[in-house]
Design a binder for this molecule. Structure first.
Ligand code: ACM
Length: 676
């Protein structure tokens, strides 16, 4: 069941029956509806009428598996070469690039009619995109499943549509990464950015330098065979794998085994805390470059992609400044500052990479006019860095607004755009912006919680990167993210099911319904608030109550919609009443959460948030009372309520009440005018 907590509102509300194919995510470039329908049942077959290859055949096999499960009927696995009125014809012109690149043609057309369905694409990757669309088109009536007649022509707005996964802070097993790739394929993302090394862990087996993974990973690393398998798994889904070995900073884990390349003296241990380590490569020694060159010689064959990420972020160079030999070398060679020294390091790396035909990518700190011109800059500190790099002629990708671990609502991720609308960029500079990547940094995220922190919000970013810029309807996005969540669950990802699964670990045998209801309006804190007096490190299991909660809970968006209706029309009694019902349910949770808290310190972590939620709900209820009566709230009451709500902007313990902003809007509507 989607949400027991909200079922009453959904049943009572006049939800429109969705016009098909309105559940597509991302929205295609062009959709023209036709008349008639194409039945999907046991007699439906697949015909490959053009190019075929093993990758396409495996994709069709996965399609049949998923389609068959969707319609709860067996389907024929035999594939013909000629189309019939009962077949889905797959007509692909050729295999596409031997190694998928940013120029891969991902375009497809999908034509559905009563007398057949045809998917046409120039490449196998284009066909993969179309197959995902086809699966999303399946609908049914009381007796059968079918596709409505439609003509879709689709292609991505941006060539680079990615997700960064940090496997250093917390290791993510291969199965977890495969699930992530399955989800990415569903929403037509095409770059898996694998953040493989950082201060807290070095995650790939090295045969040349075994102390990297033996001493730098706590035994949690990928074997080279696992890396090859994952790259192949991604390729099968039309996803490139771009590795990142972050340097010269964020590099503590390298130096546990190989301190001789560090700017600091040994012993050096894996860093267990989060943020701001100063470990850094020594850029003044030739031996450092020989080491990196041999490392790249070994790693590069594992990662066929044309792009290679060197990191380059957050380099202050404290250990450069505190090492007299490095300071003397820097002066002797005329480097003005550490940024100039980092440019020297980056230029050496670019030379090593270009020998292997690789194009260098780095975080926006590497931006410098003297960088090799083919360098790609990934902005994370702010959108302006992307514009700055485009103005200097560098290709760029955007990540700044898309840190999923910052736990913002999907609407914020959705409304960001890689190409600034009112910017001074010329058309040529705009073309240098080739896309973007969402990022999931793993300080406060484990393999157990990753699905729930990535999804469904990643779907909002995926649509921004694929669909036309004009696709911006937030309400429709939330409606489709909800469907996406079901589809992800169907693939085995733990998104909607996350709280129940975690609570089973946290409180076996408890009736956790009150906490699950709490989680409809209470969420994890943003990244900056995650410590809040507590400093978990890498050893923490992250099985606290906050880890069971989900970002952007359903109740926030539901409340926002209802509050917006009341703002438009204070006499909208249906919206007011729905809010009152919600607020009553939330306010009644407190004693039930307290009762659970009396039996477990972990459950007790929810009490402060339950109290803040109850109080916010009471303030909301009172504000609606004034609105309904057409009376202004007394100034003293309004001031006290505003002060109380302000306290609830901060996390309560580690849980944040997600509806405070909406209650504040109701309060403002009910309050006397503010003359400030
Ligand atoms: C970063 O978040 N330091 C790239």
């Amino acid at each position: 069941m989607r949400s027991r907590f909200f079922a009453f509102l959904l049943l009572g509300g006049a939800l429109p029956v969705a016009a098909q194919p309105a559940s597509l995510l991302p929205v295609p470039t062009s959709v023209r509806t036709g008349t008639g329908r194409f039945s999907i049942d046991s007699t439906t077959s697949i015909a490959i009428t053009g190019h075929s290859d093993p990758r396409l055949e495996r994709a069709i096999s996965r399609l049949l598996h998923r389609l068959s499960r969707r319609i709860a009927q067996p389907m024929s696995r035999s594939i013909t070469r000629t189309a019939t009125p009962r077949s889905i014809a797959i007509d692909v012109a050729g295999p596409g690039m031997p190694v998928q690149g940013i120029d891969e043609n991902e375009r497809y057309t999908l034509t559905v009619g009563a007398d057949g369905t045809t998917l046409q694409a120039a490449t196998t990757v284009g066909a993969l995109r179309g197959l995902e669309t086809l699966l999303q088109l399946v609908v049914g009536d009381g007796t059968s499943f079918y596709l409505d007649a439609v003509s879709i022509a689709d292609e991505p707005r941006f060539a680079w549509r990615g997700l960064l996964v940090d496997v250093s802070r917390h290791f993510m097993p291969i199965e977890q990464l495969k699930r992530t790739l399955d989800g990415m394929a569903l929403v037509k993302l095409n770059v898996f950015h694998w953040h493989l090394s950082d201060d807290q862990g070095f995650r790939v087996e090295s045969k040349h330098f075994p102390k990297l993974h033996e001493l730098g990973s706590d035994g949690l690393y990928y074997t080279q065979q696992e890396v090859r398998d994952l790259v192949a798994y991604a390729r099968d889904r039309g996803i490139r794998v771009v590795p990142e070995f972050d340097m010269p900073g964020h590099s503590t884990s390298w130096f546990v085994g190989y301190p001789q390349y560090s700017a600091q003296r040994p012993p050096i241990a894996i860093r267990r805390e989060w943020g701001g380590a100063d470990a850094i490569f020594d850029p003044t020694k030739e031996a450092t470059y020989t080491f990196i060159a041999r490392f790249l010689d070994e790693m590069i064959p594992l990662f066929p992609d044309a792009y290679w990420h060197i990191g380059g972020d957050e380099v202050e160079g404290k250990h450069w400044d505190s090492n007299p030999e490095i300071v003397a070398w820097r002066t002797r060679h005329g480097f003005r500052d550490n940024h100039a020294l980092q440019l020297h390091f980056n230029t050496r790396l670019a030379t090593l990479l270009s020998r292997h035909g690789k194009r260098m990518v780095g975080w926006d700190e590497i931006l410098h006019p003297d960088l090799p011109p083919r360098t790609v800059v990934q902005s994370w500190r702010g959108t302006q860095y992307l514009a700055n790099s485009a103005k200097q002629g560098f290709t760029g990708i955007l990540s700044a607004p898309w840190y999923l671990d910052h736990i913002k609502p999907a609407t914020e991720y959705y409304t960001a755009d890689p190409v600034p609308q009112f910017d001074e960029l010329t058309p040529a500079q705009q073309r240098l912006i080739i896309g973007g990547e969402a990022c999931i940094w793993a300080e406060f995220i484990t393999a157990e919680t990753a699905d729930s922190r990535i999804w469904p919000r990643l779907g909002a970013v995926a649509e921004r990167l694929w669909s036309p810029r004009t696709v911006t309807d937030v309400a429709d996005m939330y409606r489709r993210l909800d469907i996406l969540t079901d589809r992800l669950e169907g693939l085995g990802l733990r998104v909607r099911s996350h709280p129940a699964r975690m609570l089973a670990t946290i409180a076996p045998g408890f009736d956790t319904a009150p906490v699950e209801s709490l989680f409809t309006a209470v969420q994890p804190p943003s990244f900056g608030q995650s410590a809040n007096g507590i400093r978990p490190n890498q050893w923490h299991p992250l099985t606290r109550l906050v880890d069971a909660a989900r970002p952007d809970p359903d109740g926030r968006w539901l409340t926002e919609r209802l509050v917006r209706r009341v703002a438009r029309d204070p006499n909208d009694a249906a919206a007011r009443d729905s809010l009152l019902v919600l607020f009553e349910r939330w306010s009644l949770l407190l004693p039930r959460v307290e009762a659970l808290g009396a039996r477990s310190p972990t459950m007790a972590q929810g009490v402060a948030a339950a109290r803040a939620l109850a109080r916010s709900a009471v303030i909301g209820t009172e504000a609606i009372g004034f609105l309904a009566a057409g009376r202004q709230a007394p100034a003293a009451w309004a001031a006290a309520a505003a002060a109380e709500l302000k306290r609830y902007d901060a996390p309560q313990g580690l849980l944040r009440v997600a509806i405070v902003g909406e209650v504040r809007k109701l309060l403002a509507m009910a309050s006397p005018p503010n003359d400030e």
